[in-house]
Ligand binder design. Sequence first.
Ligand SMILES: Nc1ncnc2c1ncn2[C@@H]1O[C@H](COP(=O)(O)OP(=O)(O)O)[C@@H](O)[C@H]1O
Ligand SMILES: [Mg+2]
Length: 557
Amino acid sequence: MNFNKKIKMGTCYEQRADRTRFIIDEDYKIKQEMIETIKNLNMKKSEEDQKIFQKQTTIDLPPDNNKPPASQAKPAQNTENVIGRNRLKLTQEYDPEGQLGVGGYGQVYLVRHKKMNLLRAMKVIPVKSKTSGEKTEEEIELLKQLDHPNIVKLFEYFSDNDKYYLITEYCKGGDLFDLIKKKKKFSELSAAYIMFQIFRALNYCHNTHHLVHRDIKPENIVVFRKNNVMEDLYDVKLIDFGISKIFNKVEKNNDNRIKGSLNYIAPEVLDGKYNEKCDIWSCGVILYILVIGEYPFVGRNKSEIIKKIKKGDYSFPNGFIEKSSSDIRELIGKCLMVNPKERISANDALNHSFFNLYDANEFFIHVTPAFLNKTINNIKKYETKNSLQELCLTYFVHNYPNQDDIILINKVFSKFNTSNTGKLTKEELKKGLLKYLFKGKKSKAAAEKEANTIFNKLDGNNNNGIECEEFVRAGIDKKLIKNKKVLKFMFDFLDKDRNGEISFEELKEVFNREDGNNAESEKNIIELMKSIDTDLNGQISFEEFYNMMLKLIDGLI
Ligand SMILES: Nc1ncnc2c1ncn2[C@@H]1O[C@H](COP(=O)(O)OP(=O)(O)O)[C@@H](O)[C@H]1O
Ligand SMILES: [Mg+2]
């Protein structure tokens, strides 16, 4: 398959130009019938029609020329350093496998990493102008800073004269829109499980990065696996930060262009003055859809829908009140408050009684005491000799987010990080150790001592909090990395020009971030080279790299 090939979709294309998708064979036929039905229904133009669950296109208005300010949160140095532009040609690294979706901004393909045989998603974004190129660069910079188990990871990117190719984690369960379409309705438990993850991801975006997503909808939530303990628990991640924006908490966001997707858009966004609370409104709409199977705000046309949104005019269908919990109705109501000041925050939503019904903090992020213990022991043993080893471990955990062990360590992290900020504080660590590991007399003092040791070891970038990947790289069983193929994968990442050796310039490139913060000094890089380059030829060969990593791994297992 050619990456640039246009997909022939006939009438389907005309009907759904706003959300063209990869449709094949019988699937194509079924969807076409569905479109016909929707078309016929639309002609009736009744209020009922608007309830039909259809993919929403992000409203496309002129590009925003106001460059957002740089992130106020200090970025996680290590995660950011393992995501870079790949200098090779896209086809040298990846084989196309199919198409995953077409959204408002680009096409998304399924691709296979040739050497590692890894399936990944690739978003192709056309660069139509200098502004759209800058916008994509901004999206990349933003994604590089996000380190959260419920946000899809960016691995690397390619670019040529007219396109960017963003290689991200592939979530094989498809998007939540298609899942809703298939399942129609979810149980309260199932909806709670999904929404808990979305609120956690949003709390991280809002509080840690001062970032508002602005396009929260089922099409932008993907399923990465089905929890195999119970039938309908889906692990999900947030995608598509295409129109997200850093907001300033003090000065209100004054972006008067309407952005979002109509059925999920908050009333204040329609007036052009909003902040992070607009994402919470969209969560309220999604929660409503999950358990009711219809949109809360319906009307015969756009302006009627807008009117209802502005008034917060929605109701629960007949019979729903009797068969639902008062907690879910209350949470929906708190998300759909017209006044954003009265609307619940992501953090308060996570502590709402709806999630307490299921003991979400225990049950939704469950790990066995034995696994928790093993992770803490690995962290206690964790010790690297140099920043390159640290970077390589981060590269590994970043590139294998769906490895079973890594998913579980993410859960250990989440269990400790009770504030759901994505940054583990010393106090949280101490409380967690006390709760899960230390029993009996003197346990308080012991937990405190352990928390201090772990904290000093892990808070590498000294920004007063341990980030998820910092925690995971220390907590994983290092046996997982004792594999020549995986170590070659790391080496290739450092050997930017793939000439078989890592040069001083290449090391400088991975350690120096574009904004110049937290860079390793040239002196340190020279020292680092000297300590690895045993044959003193001024380059690091794979053998030298392999020996250095093996020494580290063997010392830690
Ligand atoms: N990582 C992924 N895994 C699986 N499907 C994906 C992934 N990323 C995107 N998709 C699919 O592609 C669609 C469009 O992707 P998105 O990033 O939202 O692009 P756009 O900005 O054009 O809306 C999504 O709605 C989803 O169906
Ligand atoms: Mg999208």
